[in-house]
Write a protein that binds this ligand. Structure first.
Ligand code: FES
Ligand code: FES
Length: 236
């Protein structure tokens, strides 16, 4: 099948592009044509990850949807035919409500100048779409292509460790105040006290317990509530 027309989706909206310039990158198209400037131009050569977006596509051979974190500065627009693109604007905002990835990186002070943040958020988001409960190794590997000049990475990793089972959503790990073996110790991280637990009977309540102002709480992440892949692109 050959065609001069590109069809793809950006944040759930269908785009039909009849005059795609073969040299246009996905990044410049998103920023200049679609007007989505959350995706940043850093190095422009695949080295920094500031331009990371999620590209989802139907894999015919494996018969499943694949979610890929992609450097939009390297990807040509013509490569996203029949793909669904998700940018940082598509997962959440202060107006519509932050996505759990955005909320946690913010609450852990994992963003300073903020230039790298959309790319880091989208790398983590793409990982979660493939693996809703990732390991720390998965997270480190997913962030390998994202550079940050400001934070030193520790707060970013602390934020995203909260998605792993092992770290219980608490940077104090086994010393978490909600760990039943550790009820008398406090989980203090900086000047904040964490209340999150991961004992099996409390998982469903762990983000909705009452808490005081000096405690950090997060939205529970529910991977089943993510936007669906456009049905039109399924099986195509
Ligand atoms: Fe640096 Fe794309 S802008 S990797
Ligand atoms: Fe400044 Fe990451 S927050 S580059």
């Amino acid at each position: 099948e050959t065609s001069d027309v590109l069809t793809f989706y950006v944040n759930g909206s269908k785009i039909v592009e009849k005059a795609a310039d073969p040299e246009t990158t996905l990044l410049s198209y998103l920023r200049r044509k679609v007007g989505l400037t959350g995706t940043k131009l850093g190095c422009g050569e695949g080295g920094c990850g500031a331009c990371t977006v999620m590209v989802s596509k139907w894999n015919k051979d494996k018969e499943r949807i694949e979610h890929l974190a992609v450097n939009a500065c390297l990807a040509r627009l013509v490569s996203v035919h029949k793909c669904s693109i998700t940018t940082v604007e598509g997962i959440g905002s202060v107006r519509t409500g932050l996505h759990a990835v955005q909320e946690r990186i913010s609450k852990f002070h994992g963003s300073q100048c903020g230039f790298c943040t959309p790319g880091i958020v989208m790398s983590m988001y793409a990982l979660l779409r493939n693996q809703p409960v990732p390991s720390l190794e998965n997270i480190e590997s997913a962030l390998q292509g994202n550079l940050c000049r400001c934070t030193g990475y520790r707060p970013i990793l602390s934020a995203f460790q909260t998605f792993t089972k092992e770290n219980s959503g608490c940077p104090m790990g086994a010393k978490c105040c909600k760990n039943k073996d550790n009820q008398n110790s406090k989980s203090v991280y900086g000047n904040k006290v964490y209340f999150i637990s991961w004992s099996p009977d409390e998982i469903s309540n762990r983000f909705v317990e009452p808490h005081s102002a000096n405690q950090v709480c997060f939205k529970q992440y529910d991977g089943t509530q993510e936007p669906i892949f456009p049905p039109e692109l399924l099986m195509s």
